[in-house]
Design a protein around this ligand. Structure first.
Ligand SMILES: O=C(O)CCC(=O)C(=O)O
Ligand SMILES: [Fe+2]
Length: 559
């Protein structure tokens, strides 16, 4: 680990700070500290530069994917070696000391989130994902509000990523978030002020479009007043009571703006209607009063708007969030040979199971803790008769993982280490609706279930849309679910699905994962360089963009 002159580490293949592939390595810091505040882009969390491409095959590892030569430090990923500007990955708060004290840094491409997301197939850490998506939403939002005439504005509406926008609108609460970041640094209030000015102009420009703009504009002008005070040369905002008071005060005002968001959206919706009407040569409908409920908002698939923020509870159901997950990612109908199945059945028939809700269970290997589990944490090791299946499943797991990271052969697949067996007897048996979403299951591992005995249907329900589907679990078959799908679908075995006789399901998982590969920055949370939390005004906490997120404990020796 070291500090380098600009690009030296990247240019020198013999750099002592680069280790061979697969070796554990500490992040390298490269680049130069911005020489003056004005030159620095470090604090500009609302930067509207385009997002770095996360998936381009042609990325050069020495260059940040943004392809810009910003005057900020670069840090390389301990896993893939890609260099990133600290600005680009949401690490603006880090200084030279804190970066040098990290033992590991995992970049947005390699970070495995403890909470898988429905939003992206690329693993992007929460901090990075939020930074990037905020920038993305801001870009769309800012370009829309910056446009000079209504026609231009309308045409921009069509190209807006409304999902991102509504998700982050929130855009308005971002101001709050940004403000908190900005408050903690001098010289950065100007950016916020100009954004608020822009928003204010938008509201003024479109005064006729919404009736409630006045109150919004009032909130904003109050805010501007606050900002003016904060911009006074002295004292610099620091961690003291008065800046806290300011913060809370401003937060409240921003909350009020957020509550007025529906009015802005109604205005946007009316503009969209006018545009559509103009495009199809229809005469525009007379304007609806702004405070009328916008029921038809959800009827326009090209303009999805999150209803929970925009409409009363009588509105239609939440539109489903697009995702690429399926409940069952693969099946192997004859995974077990007949003789294997017979032997396994004999073993299970003679094993004592523990009764749980609607079925009974037994576990082997690493204990798997789940809601409703009545088993003790004492779990026997894998019996010999299960080991061949465990080995076969681990082969499949390694193949699946290998295909995901085909260009990174040094990476090792998560190892399946736990098996939970359910016994269902007769039509009264069932398995309550649930998903295997415990954070203890490795997020990049799959979940493998062997079915034995009486065939039955397992039912899946997509949580957001309520869409149901089922999969028939026939004797000797294997079905595979991705860990990520567990964030989207619930599954259950309904009463009556076992018509008669006994069914066993043997579910294999990789459990015990405790923040492995999931911490973006590792090694310094307890040192004096990195501090978390708003009260101490640490280098993390409110100063950092993105959200704070829950993470399991960091254990020594896991990395
Ligand atoms: O019996 C099955 O196929 C499903 C088992 C299951 O979902 C579980 O054990 O979590
Ligand atoms: Fe399950």
């Amino acid at each position: 680990m070291g500090l380098y002159g600009k690009n030296k580490a990247t240019a020198d293949p013999n750099s002592p700070f680069r280790t061979g592939s697969g070796a554990r390595k500490t992040p390298t810091l490269t680049g130069r500290k911005p020489s003056s505040k004005s030159e620095s882009d470090v604090l500009n969390v609302s930067s509207s530069k385009p997002l770095p491409s996360l998936i381009s095959k042609h990325r050069q590892k020495n260059n940040c994917p943004c392809n810009e030569s910003l005057g900020s430090w670069k840090i390389d990923c301990s896993k893939c070696g890609q260099f990133w500007h600290v600005d680009c990955v949401g690490l603006q708060g880090l200084n030279e000391k804190s970066i040098n004290s990290l033992t590991q840094y995992l970049c947005p491409l390699c970070y495995v989130s403890p909470v898988p997301t429905t939003e992206t197939t690329v693993d992007v850490c929460h901090i990075c994902r939020n930074t990037l998506s905020l920038q993305h939403a801001n870009l769309a939002y800012e370009s829309s509000i910056a446009s000079e005439n209504i026609g231009q504005f309308c045409s921009l509406l069509g190209s807006l990523d409304m999902k991102a926008l509504t998700k982050n609108m929130d855009t308005l609460s971002q101001f709050d978030c940004r403000l908190k970041h900005l408050l903690l640094k001098e010289n950065s209030l100007v950016g916020l002020d100009s954004e608020i000015r822009t928003l204010s102009n938008l509201l003024a420009d479109h005064k006729t479009a919404t009736s409630n703009n006045e109150s919004l504009a009032k909130c904003i002008s109050e805010l501007q007043e606050d900002i003016k005070i904060l911009q006074l040369p002295s004292p610099t905002p620091t961690c003291n009571d008065s800046s806290d008071r300011f913060l809370n005060d401003i937060s409240e005002k921003l909350d009020r703006i957020c509550r007025g968001e529906a009015d802005i959206t109604t205005g946007l919706e009316r503009l969209r209607e006018s545009l559509e009407a103009a495009q199809s040569n229809h005469i525009p409908q007379p304007a609806r009063p702004t405070n009328a409920p916008s029921h038809h908002l959800h009827a326009a698939p090209s303009f999805p708007v999150h209803p929970t923020r925009l409409s009363p509870s009588t509105e239609p159901e939440t539109p489903p969030v697009p995702h690429n997950q399926v409940p069952v990612s693969d099946t192997k109908p004859e995974f077990l040979e007949h003789t294997e199945a017979e032997e396994l059945k004999a073993f299970l028939d003679s094993t004592t199971f523990n009764q749980e809700n609607g079925h009974s269970v037994i576990s082997f290997g690493t204990p798997y803790q789940y809601n409703g589990s009545k088993s003790s944490s004492e779990v026997p090791p894998f019996p010999d008769c299960l080991k061949p299946f465990l080995a076969r499943i681990n082969t499949i797991q390694a193949e699946l993982y290998g295909s995901l990271y085909s260009d990174q052969s040094h990476l090792t697949a998560p190892v399946i280490n736990s098996c939970l067996i359910n016994r269902y007897v007769g039509p009264d048996s069932y398995l309550p609706r649930h998903s295997d979403s415990e954070p203890s299951i490795h997020p990049e591992s799959s979940i493998f279930t062997i079915s034995l005995g009486q065939s039955s249907d397992i039912k899946f329900t997509e949580r957001l849309s309520g869409t149901e589907s089922s999969h028939t679990c026939s004797d000797r078959s294997l079905y595979i679910m991705s860990r990520r799908s567990q964030e989207i679908f619930d599954h259950e075995m309904e009463k009556g699905s076992i018509s008669e006789g006994t069914r066993y399901s043997l579910t294999f998982r990789c459990v015990g994962w405790a923040n492995k590969n999931s911490t973006c920055l590792i090694g310094d949370s307890n040192t004096r360089f990195l501090k978390f939390g708003s009260n101490k005004r640490g280098t993390f906490g409110e100063q950092m963009p993105g959200q704070k997120f829950w993470a399991p404990k960091i254990e020594d020796g896991l990395l």
